[in-house]
Design a protein around this ligand. Structure first.
Ligand code: ADE
Length: 239
């Protein structure tokens, strides 16, 4: 999978791509990232990417031309290869686990990172396939949400995660939150690991884990459980 970031702050993105899972995914040639500076697609001396909104009002708007030129370049590079343009925005549909999995199985991705007041609507209407929000709050720019979305997508590409950090057992993999986990030592400052985890009885451990996940979801995110009940999805061999 190829992922582009088109941004006025390329270093913000590059800093993150140099570390951890992003770095490993590139080394293993499972994903390739391209970070494009929006200013490289300007044609004026000042490399201007923004201007005042028509009709007045506070803030600056990202101009359409650099995005259209970047898009033309993408078309040239991708030829017949499909790609999907995502614009992180509080106006988008709320992102979730399911969408992350879907996008990990789909076309190459391009993130148009907005800034200031937003991006000229002609870009949104004609080039952007999908606006995605990462939550009901407003961030300063699209770089962090683009990285959040990309992170949650690429961990579903086979081979990106090691088995010990398997995506299948994550919170939300079956629409439940994850339960508590423990490691050595068994006892620390009088705080003990639950007995059942030391029992060696795998069936009992699995039952306990499922129960913990259900209880935690009920306590913290009851709406997730209600959705699951509606879908008749609670039950199975571990209760
Ligand atoms: N840009 C600014 N705020 C955002 C949000 N909540 N989600 C996605 N993109 C954004």
């Amino acid at each position: 999978m190829k992922i582009w970031f088109v941004t006025v702050f390329p270093e913000m993105i590059r800093a993150y791509l140099k570390e951890s899972m992003f770095k490993k995914a590139v080394e293993q040639q499972l994903v390739s990232f391209q970070v494009w500076d929006l200013r490289d697609f300007t044609t004026d001396k000042h490399r201007q990417v923004d201007d005042k909104p028509f009709g007045g009002g506070a803030g600056m708007v990202l101009k359409p031309e650099p995005f259209f030129r970047a898009y033309d370049r993408l078309k040239e590079i991708q030829k017949e290869n499909p790609f999907r343009v995502i614009c992180p925005s509080p106006q988008g549909k709320l992102f979730n686990h399911r969408r992350a999995v879907e996008l990990s199985r789909g076309a190459d991705l391009v993130f148009f990172c907005g800034h200031y007041k937003g991006i000229d609507e002609r870009v949104m209407q004609n080039l952007v396939d999908e606006e995605i929000s990462i939550g009901d709050y407003v961030l300063t720019g699209g770089e962090l949400p683009a990285l959040v979305i990309a992170d949650s997508i690429i961990r579903h590409i086979p081979g990106v995660l090691h088995s010990y950090e398997s995506a299948e057992t994550d919170s939300f993999a079956d629409e439940l939150l994850e339960g508590p986990i423990y490691t050595q030592p068994r006892e620390y400052r009088g705080l003990n690991v639950p007995e059942v985890l030391l029992s060696g009885n795998h069936q009992k451990i699995e039952q306990w884990r499922k129960q913990q996940r259900l209880e935690r979801t009920k306590e913290r995110r009851k709406e997730l459980l209600n959705e699951k009940i509606e879908k008749n999805d609670i039950g199975g061999k571990n209760g």
